[in-house]
Design a protein around this ligand. Sequence first.
Ligand SMILES: Nc1ncnc2c1ncn2[C@@H]1O[C@H](COP(=O)(O)OP(=O)(O)OP(=O)(O)O)[C@@H](O)[C@H]1O
Ligand SMILES: Nc1nc2c(c(=O)[nH]1)N=C(CO)CN2
Length: 614
Amino acid sequence: MSQFPGGLLGPDGFPLDTIRLVGIRATGYHGVLDHEKRDGQEFGVDVTLHVDTRAAAAGDELSATTSYADVAADVVDIVTGPSADLIETVAERIAATVLTNPGVHGVDVTVHKPEAPIPVPFDDAAVSIRRDRVVRRPAVAPVPIGGSAEESALENLPPAPVVVGHVRLPDDGAAAAVPAAAPVPAPPTEVPAAPVPTGAIPAGAVPAEAVAAEPAPAEPAYVVDAPSFEPTAAAVPLAVDEGDVHTVGEGEAPVEPDDAGTGPVAVDEVIAPTEPEPEPEPAVPAAPTGDVMDVVPEKFVDVVLALGSNVGDSKQSLRDAVTDLDRIQGLELREVAPLARTEAVGGPDQDDYLNTVVIARTTLSPRSLLHECQAVETAHGRERAERWGPRTLDVDIVSYGSIVDETRDLTLPHPRARERAFVLEPWAQIDPDAVLLGLGGGPVAALAGTAPDAGGIRWMALDWLTDAPMSGPQETVAPAEVQEAPAPAQAPTPAPAPAVAPPADPAPVHDERPAPAEQPVPVAAASTAPPTPAPWAPPESFQPVGYGRPAERDVERPDFPARPQPVGPRPVDSQGLPAQVTGQQPNVPSTPESWTPSAPQRRRVLGPPDDTTS
Ligand SMILES: Nc1ncnc2c1ncn2[C@@H]1O[C@H](COP(=O)(O)OP(=O)(O)OP(=O)(O)O)[C@@H](O)[C@H]1O
Ligand SMILES: Nc1nc2c(c(=O)[nH]1)N=C(CO)CN2
């Protein structure tokens, strides 16, 4: 039995396929005791990759899948590489490194240590972990593969971060800072000479200088489809991971896939450009059965995404969703709009929404992007009970380049964007010149003003991504009349920033969390709250992403507010109040008279909500 009954669900809501490696063996130098680091011992590893194998099978094409030989070689390199005290760490390194393969959505790793120094008879000591790209990310950085132990020592990693398969470089080629990176574990002071790595090395995960690897050994260093790892010293063979059938577990019903996911394979999801690459790879042909939505672009294409939530801690969900979206391989976030509190449009009676819009660019095909967005929704507990019903998270594609088309599962631009102020208004805030293509389209700012729900936008907050509780002399608590937050005692206090963001152990997918009515979303949290690091800091690659237009456009448009500092003391107005609360940004008129139908002077809505209980 697997340690993890139940498979991982893919972006289409169905269980992913698996590729398993069982019983990989190698000598490693891991352990707390000196002699373990000095003499080494045998370790065993089982790995299960959660992947979609259809594209590879359709073309019978190795390059469209993850080579188990490469994975096995990586595992051996990690086991034989720098010493760690704990097999937990070894397992985490393996998971992080395996997840750098673009097609791997999740991975299960078991590390066996059958010769562990335990003074009683035992068969095996083992640690099993499951990691994925969205919910439970690895806690360490992936290990560069292919060098000597010294070369691959973790201290040589760039100062970055937990990388979860999305190694992204900003345009200048510098390593991107990933939000709330876990500290890279310090390498041991003495690294034992590791055996020469064996096996093939995946080009994508190997530093250029290390590509000249050893030739593949005559005897592979791994065993495929062998019985589960059986420790040589054990009298009784073990059966860890035996019968590792990854079906959907009980009570883990597949998400209703709507009409998506039943169609052609999104090939590009598997063979997307291998990062880190400053520029996208040349276009890969779409699946033969694909339509325009399966076409992988040759260059980055601008996209606009709309996010909404009205169940649970909506602001935190949206923050996490921004982080999750930014980690999607092939999607680069450029700007994030202010957070809007909006009256629910359509559907049953329900709480107000928090809405925002993200401008990004992508090398994913439209359908792959849809699936990635749906995966983020799913990871946030999205349930599809009724149309336009309440939801923990909604991520819609508003527009994708200049595509105007309708297919069975995707319509671009989004068919209802043109009539939704909750989309148009935040969008116009970050791109006042934006134009919505297609029938009924037009200048976004103008559409926002005439949309039926234009009056339903209650307020907006500019620095919602980073508004940690405030402290310090100039960060005065806003008086009640301008504070949209609940009284200090009720203000939710964000948890301290976790080692890995978002929290390593987030709320279960179907967690019942208080609705916004009970947990209003503050813009300015109470000063009585302890100073806490912002739960999310924009990564470097995010610059000039912000709550407004990019820096270069600031020059052209002096009316545009300076982008707030993402962390640290926030701008305050003459009353010592956070600027966004009183709406004193230059382009946010505080009086209705200053509205005009043209952007950006028609911006409005900053200020306190007209009610906090929806
Ligand atoms: N541009 C688009 N963005 C997102 N989903 C789309 C788009 N066009 C079509 N769809 C399809 O709509 C289906 C329903 O999506 P979803 O559950 O997010 O709808 P909704 O948010 O309740 O309503 P609405 O589509 O009005 O926003 C998805 O399964 C998807 O296939
Ligand atoms: N205010 C608001 N209303 C909605 C929203 C939303 O995001 N915000 N989403 C819907 C379906 O996508 C239906 N209605």
